[in-house]
Design a protein around this ligand. Structure first.
Ligand SMILES: C[S@@+](CC[C@H](N)C(=O)[O-])C[C@H]1O[C@@H](n2cnc3c(N)ncnc32)[C@H](O)[C@@H]1O
Length: 198
């Protein structure tokens, strides 16, 4: 059991599972900034995975989110990251379940309006160093808007609330915070982002 104090708020959390379950029996590799498989599983469930979806994680890191997405049927699962060494790890973790490739999330090889669902965890404060998060978020959301189908959806886990909100506004996207969680003392939110108003 754990207690997180946040001003006058106290969040109590209980671990229901053992480490063997949370880390998937230590059968996978992790990279800097990897989220736990159980957190990735929660994100996938929130995104309501559809059996005909073309799914994409453009900041895949070690591939935790695509790996958990593969537990549900999908038409295609794509995963990319701009770091070569990270891609190697994702390839090991996602062998036979996702198409893994190297790409900058701001300029992907995906065709316009070809993706049904993006679930991702871009760099956030204190986790992965990035020079200019504001511009990264703005350029990534512009690219996501291009590659998502008109009714496609994007789910983002981050603690960069201002950067994400401004990037969504700049790109004329609708964003809605659907839940909040505390990870390593940081207060993250899961955002649902759409091209059209809900
Ligand atoms: C928070 S980590 C993702 C962790 C991943 N969800 C996992 O569980 O392993 C963010 C990733 O974004 C990648 N990244 C940073 N800037 C990028 C960019 N412009 N394009 C693509 N990937 C980028 C980093 O290499 C890092 O692996």
């Amino acid at each position: 059991m754990r207690a997180d104090l946040d001003g006058t708020l106290c969040r109590l959390s209980i671990k229901w599972t053992d480490a063997q379950f949370r880390y998937r029996g230590n059968t996978r590799y992790f990279t800097q900034g990897s989220i736990r498989p159980t957190v990735a599983a929660g994100l996938v469930r929130i995104s309501k995975p559809g059996p005909n979806d073309v799914f994409y994680d453009p900041f895949c890191g070690s591939g935790t989110i695509p790996e958990e997405r593969a537990l549900f049927p999908a038409r295609k699962i794509l995963a990319s990251d701009y770091k070569r060494e990270v891609i190697w790890t994702a390839e090991q973790n996602c062998e036979g379940i996702a198409i893994v490739f190297q790409s900058d999330a701001r300029q992907t090889p995906s065709r316009s309006e070809s993706i049904d669902c993006i679930v991702t965890n871009p760099p956030w404060n204190r986790q992965i160093a990035v020079e200019d998060l504001r511009h990264l978020y703005a350029a990534f959301l512009a690219e996501a808007k291009r590659i998502l189908k008109p009714n496609g959806k994007l789910w983002v886990l981050t603690d960069c609330h201002e950067e994400l909100t401004m990037a969504a506004r700049e790109n004329g996207l609708y964003r809605n915070a659907v839940c909040e969680l505390s990870l390593h003392g940081l207060h993250l939110k899961v955002y649902e982002i759409r091209k059209t108003s809900p």
